[in-house]
Write a protein that binds this ligand. Structure first.
Ligand code: DQA
Length: 146
């Protein structure tokens, strides 16, 4: 049995990775990110529950379920990072360590991307390292889980 289960949650439009604005988000697909995370997690003896949804309510449902089914959450909420109080509230209720990930460097982009509702509840934020950010987040979690 895996030592820890990590919910890796992806928000709207991230299903299009690989073809969506590759100059900003890179050419790695979401399936490739999922595979790389599974490989890195199994090396640590962890299990990844990797999901993507374009729907805010579905993301909220999955975060609520994580209260019982996950030890930590790695979250790229996409554009909902900048708008969703509902996701913030669900993360507060989940009471799990959260690492916020963005492929792009938000602070080099439009000012509306500089604010995230996720950041206040996150252990930390990783942005600007493309797909590698998801693997950095897994490494960062080592210090949050025992
Ligand atoms: C993103 C950044 C968000 O501003 C944007 O809406 C996304 C992707 C990123 O991974 O860089 O959909 O979360």
């Amino acid at each position: 049995m895996a030592k820890h289960t990590i919910l890796a949650l992806n928000g709207p439009n991230l299903n299009l990775l690989g073809t969506r604005e590759p100059e900003i988000y890179g050419s790695t697909t979401l399936d490739e990110i999922a595979q790389a995370m599974q490989n890195a997690a199994s090396a640590k003896g962890w299990h990844i529950d990797f999901r993507q949804s374009n729907h805010e309510g579905e993301l909220v449902d999955w975060i609520q379920q994580a209260r019982d089914s996950a030890d930590a959450i790695i979250l790229n909420a996409g554009a909902y990072s900048h708008t969703s109080v509902a996701i913030l509230d669900a993360l507060h209720a989940a009471e799990k360590p959260v690492i916020e990930v963005h492929l792009s460097n938000l602070f080099k982009r439009e000012t509306f991307r500089h604010h995230s509702y996720i950041s206040p509840v996150a252990v930390g934020l990783i942005c600007g390292f493309g797909a590698k950010g998801y693997l950095l987040a897994l490494d960062a979690l080592e210090d949050c889980l025992n």
